[in-house]
Write a protein that binds this ligand. Structure first.
Ligand SMILES: *[C@@H]1O[C@H](CO)[C@@H](O)[C@H](O)[C@H]1NC(C)=O
Ligand SMILES: *[C@@H]1O[C@H](CO)[C@@H](O)[C@H](O)[C@H]1NC(C)=O
Ligand SMILES: *[C@@H]1O[C@H](CO)[C@@H](O)[C@H](O)[C@H]1NC(C)=O
Ligand SMILES: *[C@@H]1O[C@H](CO)[C@@H](O)[C@H](O)[C@H]1NC(C)=O
Ligand SMILES: *[C@@H]1O[C@H](CO)[C@@H](O)[C@H](O)[C@H]1NC(C)=O
Length: 509
C-alpha cells in the first residue's frame, strides 16, 4: 500500500486516479497555445515554514522520472506552453524547441531550476511560481545554471524555497524577476548586479533584514522595487545608490524604526514611495531630501510614535497624494504642507486631531480630496475648507462636530460628508450656505438631528424637501440641485412624503 495506507479508503479511488493519470493526457492546441490540464489535480502550496519542511505528497511521476512533452506533434509551431498544476516533479523535456516564447509551469512540484539546454532559444517568459525550488548551494558550478537563458526576460519564482540569489546567471538578460514569498535573507554577493537590465524586482515577503550601502548597485534600469514584508530594520543613506531610474519603491510592513537623512537622495525619478505599516519612532527632517519628483507618499500606520518635523515634506514639491492616515497624530505643525501646492489628495483619517490652525492647509492650492474622517474635530471653520480653491470632496465622518461648517464660500466643493457627528440642530443659515452652490451633496446622516430644528424647511422658499425613507430625507435647492441630507430620530413607518414625515416627526418631538 505504501503512501496509500495513510489515507482512508473513502479517498482511495481519488488518489489512485491521481497517480494513474499521466501528466500530458489532456493537452489541447488552440492556435499557437498548447495547454495541458489534469482532470484531477492536487495543488501543492508553499508559503510558510511548515510547508517548507513537509515533503510533497502525491505526484503524477512518483518515481521522479522526467516526463517528456512532444510539443511539435501536439501543437506544431506552439509559442505558448501552459503546464500549470500537473504535479510535475521535474522540469519536463521537450521545451527546448525553437519558437516557444512563454512557458507556464506554475503550481507543480519542481525542485530545481532547468539545466542548461532544457529551454529553447526563444523563451522570454518562464513562470515557475508555486513550486518547491531550492537554490543550489552557492558553488561556482551552480552559478552557471541559467547561463544559456540568453533570451529570458521574465522569470517568475514566487512561492518557492529560495534562500539566496546565487542562481542568477552572469550575464543575465532578465527584465523582470519575481521572488514573492521565498526565504531569501541577503542581497550581498553581487548576484543582482549580474542582471544589469532588470526593470522590475519583487522581493515581497522574504527574510531580508539588512540592506547595506550599494545593495542594488549596478541596477541602473530598475524602475520598480518591492521589499515589503521583509524584516528590514535599517537603511543606509547609500542603500539605494545607483537606482537612478527607480520609479516605485514599496517598503510596506518592514521593521524600520527610523530613516537616515538623505535615505532616498539618489532616487531622482522616484514617483511612488510606500512606507506604510512601519514602526517608526523618529523621522529626521531630511529623511525625504532629494525626492523632487515624488508624487505619492504612503505613511499610513507608520507614525504612531513620531513627532512630525515641520520640514519633513519640504522638498516634496511634486507630491500629489499623501497618506498619513491611521497614525494617532494629535496635531499638525503649522507649516508642514507649505511646499505641497500640487497636492491633490490628503489622507488624515483615523488620527486624533482636534484642531488645525487657519494656515495649515493654505498652501494646498490644488487639493481636491481632504480626508479627516475619524478624528476629534469638534468644530471646523468654513474658512479653512473654503480657502482650498479646488477642493471637491471633504470627508469628516466620525468626528465630534456640533455645527455644520459654513460652506457658502466653497467654490468647487461637490461632496461633504459629516456622517456620525454630533450635529443636533443644523441652522437655516448654515443649511442654506451649504446649498449655496450646486450640484453639491452634503451628508449629515448619523447625527442626532432634532426634527423640530428643521421646521423652517416646511415654509422655506427656494428649497424643496424630499424623503428617502421614514426617518431620512433632505432639503434640495430648487435652483442649483444641491442637497443636504439628514436623518432624524423618529419611529419608523412606511416611506411617506417628506412634508407629512416632517410634520409627523416635528409633532412627535
Ligand atoms: C516512472 O513512472 C513512469 C510513469 O509514471 C513510467 O512511465 C516510467 O517507466 C517509470 N520509470 C521508472 C524508472 O520506473
Ligand atoms: C519556427 O517559426 C518559423 C517561422 O515562423 C518556422 O519557419 C519554423 O518552422 C518554426 N519552427 C518550429 C520548430 O516550429
Ligand atoms: C530569517 O532569517 C533569520 C536570521 O536572520 C533566521 O534566524 C530565520 O530562521 C529566517 N527565517 C526563515 C523563515 O528563513
Ligand atoms: C511606541 O513606543 C512605545 C515605547 O517606546 C512602544 O511600547 C510602542 O509599542 C510603540 N508603538 C508603536 C505603534 O510603534
Ligand atoms: C453612521 O452613519 C451612517 C449613515 O447614516 C449610519 O448608517 C451608521 O449606522 C452610523 N454609525 C454609527 C456608529 O452611528
Amino acid at each position: 500500500m505504501g503512501p496509500l495506507s495513510i489515507v482512508s479508503l473513502t479517498f482511495m479511488s481519488c488518489i489512485v486516479l491521481l497517480i494513474a493519470e499521466q501528466p500530458f493526457n489532456h493537452c489541447t492546441c488552440r492556435g499557437r497555445v498548447l495547454n495541458c490540464r489534469r482532470r484531477y489535480f492536487y495543488r501543492y502550496r508553499i508559503g510558510n515554514e511548515e510547508d517548507a519542511t513537509a515533503s510533497p505528497q502525491e505526484g503524477a511521476t512518483p518515481n521522479g522520472s522526467v516526463p517528456r512533452l512532444d510539443v511539435q506533434t501536439i501543437c506544431p509551431g506552439a509559442t505558448d506552453v501552459q503546464l500549470s498544476n500537473l504535479n510535475l516533479r521535474a522540469f519536463p523535456g521537450g521545451l527546448d524547441e525553437e519558437n516557444i516564447t512563454k512557458i507556464d509551469l506554475s503550481g507543480n512540484l519542481i525542485t530545481a531550476l532547468p539545466d542548461a539546454g532544457m529551454l529553447g532559444p526563444d523563451v522570454k517568459r518562464l513562470d515557475l511560481s508555486a513550486n518547491a525550488i531550492e537554490a543550489p548551494v552557492a558553488e561556482a558550478g551552480a552559478e552557471a545554471q541559467l547561463r544559456p537563458l540568453g533570451a529570458l526576460e521574465e522569470l517568475l519564482l514566487g512561492w518557492n524555497r529560495l534562500r539566496h540569489l546565487s542562481f542568477l546567471p552572469a550575464p543575465c538578460g532578465l527584465r523582470r524577476l519575481q521572488l514573492t514569498v521565498n526565504f531569501i535573507d541577503r542581497l550581498d554577493g553581487g548576484w543582482l548586479r549580474r542582471c544589469a537590465l532588470l526593470e522590475s524586482l519583487t522581493l515581497l515577503a522574504n527574510n531580508v533584514s539588512a540592506l547595506p550601502a550599494g545593495a542594488f548597485a549596478g541596477l541602473g534600469h530598475l524602475r520598480e522595487l518591492t521589499l515589503s514584508m521583509n524584516p528590514v530594520q535599517e537603511l543606509s543613506d547609500r542603500t539605494f545608490d545607483g537606482l537612478s531610474q527607480l520609479e516605485s519603491l514599496r517598503m510596506k510592513n518592514t521593521r524600520l524604526a527610523t530613516l537616515p537623512n538623505n535615505a532616498f537622495a539618489s532616487l531622482r525619478h522616484l514617483d511612488l514611495l510606500e512606507l506604510s505599516d512601519n514602526p517608526f519612532a523618529s523621522l529626521p527632517p531630511h529623511a525625504f531630501r532629494g525626492l523632487v519628483n515624488l508624487r505619492s507618499l504612503d505613511l499610513n500606520n507608520a507614525l504612531h510614535n513620531v513627532t512630525l518635523n515641520e520640514n519633513l515634506f519640504s522638498e516634496l514639491r511634486n507630491l500629489r497624494k499623501l497618506f498619513l492616515d491611521r497614525n494617532s497624530l494629535t496635531f499638525l505643525p503649522n507649516n508642514i504642507f507649505h511646499q505641497q501646492n500640487l497636492l491633490e489628495e490628503l489622507h488624515l483619517q483615523s488620527n486624533q486631531i482636534s484642531h488645525v490652525s487657519e494656515n495649515t492647509f493654505t498652501s494646498l492650492r490644488n487639493l481636491k480630496v481632504l480626508r479627516l474622517d475619524r478624528n476629534h474635530f469638534a468644530e471646523m471653520p468654513g474658512s479653512i475648507i473654503c480657502n482650498l480653491p479646488l477642493l471637491q470632496e471633504l470627508q469628516m465622518p466620525y468626528n465630534r462636530l456640533t455645527t455644520l461648517p459654513d460652506l457658502a464660500g466653497c467654490q468647487s466643493l461637490r461632496t461633504a460628508n459629516f456622517f456620525n457627528n454630533s450635529v443636533a440642530a443644523p441652522s437655516e443659515a448654515l443649511v442654506r450656505a451649504a446649498l449655496a452652490r450646486g450640484p453639491r451633496d452634503v451628508g449629515l446622516e448619523g447625527n442626532p438631528v432634532r426634527a423640530s430644528s428643521l421646521r423652517w424647511v416646511l415654509r422655506a422658499s427656494g428649497v424643496e424637501a424630499f424623503a428617502r425613507d421614514c426617518a431620512c430625507g433632505g432639503v434640495r435647492s430648487r435652483s442649483s440641485g444641491a442637497e443636504v441630507r439628514f436623518c432624524v430620530v423618529a419611529p419608523c413607518g412606511p416611506p411617506t412624503p417628506f412634508v407629512s414625515w416632517m410634520e409627523a416627526v416635528a409633532a412627535a418631538n
